[in-house]
Structure formats: structure tokens, C-alpha cells
Ligand binder design. Sequence first.
Ligand code: FMN
Length: 196
Amino acid sequence: MSDILEIIKRRRSIRKFTAEPVSQEQIQALLEAAMAAPSASNRRPWEFVVINDEKRLEALRARLPFGRYNAPLAIVVCGDMRRAYPAPGRDFWICDCSAAMQNILLAATGMGLGSVWVGIYPIGLLVRAVSSLVNLPEHVIPLGVAYVGHPAETKPPRTQYDASRVHWQEFAPRAPRRRKPWWPFGKGRSKGEGTA
Ligand SMILES: Cc1cc2nc3c(=O)[nH]c(=O)nc-3n(C[C@H](O)[C@H](O)[C@H](O)COP(=O)(O)O)c2cc1C
């Protein structure tokens, strides 16, 4: 296993794959990585639909205009609203499932596989199209698809570090507060002047 920081930088969106299937052991390892993710209150509101049947993959591609990639494996990462944190924290499911999704991508990279995250939620059209394809019940929402396979393209490792996005202690130093002038008609006597 390589160093985690190296894997994080090596993870790139791979959109071209060879025909070699992802093995059952590899799929198991990806799902274990997904379910090692942190979740609010440890509620683990995730469900995973694993698709490696070519006919179904074809149908999935047809429903994802920005996800027509030839990966031999797709994992639909879903949130179960019955397990989600109660209101007002319900949307934590998005954070929880995103952490699981990222774990899949990182684990795939560490295993020498390529992957790409294809977003579904919150695009209603895509949510409905994928839900009906994989037969999700009402209370289960698809967050996104992780396509995984043996890469047929390479991309250089990178970070996109940008020092201007880093803020220490607070977002920006507060601008000095301007006092409202007591005299509303331009430059005049300042308060206290000529009162002696
Ligand atoms: C929420 C989300 C949705 C995404 N949706 C798509 C998508 O529909 N199709 C796609 O090809 N890539 C998608 N991506 C991948 C991004 O395009 C990619 O992460 C970004 O361009 C940065 O490139 P990198 O992953 O190689 O670092 C998505 C990524 C995220 C996080």
C-alpha cells in the first residue's frame, strides 16, 4: 500500500477503461473502504448498488449524459433517508455518502484501478432516471455513481493547492469600522470641537 498522501494526489478522474473486469475481491475491498467512512453520529445512512452486468451498465450510461464511460463496474452510492440524521441535520447524509464515495475512489487508486465520480443528486432528472433503473424505494436517494475499472488512460498526480484559499484564524481581517459622522453635511466641525 502506498503512502496515503501519494494516493490522494494520484487519484484522478479516469474515463477510459480496458475490458478487464474488476474482481469480486476488489469489489469487496472497495465496499469495505466505502463503509469505513465517517458519518454524522455514526448513522451510516448509505446503501450501495453494485452494477457489473453489461446490459445494466449500458442502460445506466444511457441515462447519464455526463457519465457515458466504458467502465466494467459502477457502484451507485445512495442515501437512506430512514437512517439519515433527523432534521435539521438531515442533509448530513450528503456529507456521509460523499465521504463513502471518496473512500471508494481512493481505495480504487490504491489498488491500481481507475475511477470517476459521476454526480446524480441533486439533479432531479438524474435522481429519477437512476432510481427507476435500479429500483430504489422512495426513501433511498442516489448521490452519485463511482465508475471503476482498469485504466486505459493515465493522468499525472497533482494537487490544486492554492494558498489564496487558505485563511488563518478567520476568513479575512475585518475592515476597520467607519464611525458614522455626526455632522451629515460633508466636512464640518468634529464632535467636541469649539465647545470649550
Ligand atoms: C459531485 C461531483 C460530480 C461529478 N460529476 C461528474 C460527471 O457527471 N461526469 C464526469 O465525467 N465527471 C464528474 N465529476 C468529476 C469531476 O469532473 C473531476 O473530479 C474534476 O474535473 C477534477 O478532476 P480530477 O478528479 O481528475 O481531479 C464529478 C465530481 C464530483 C465531485
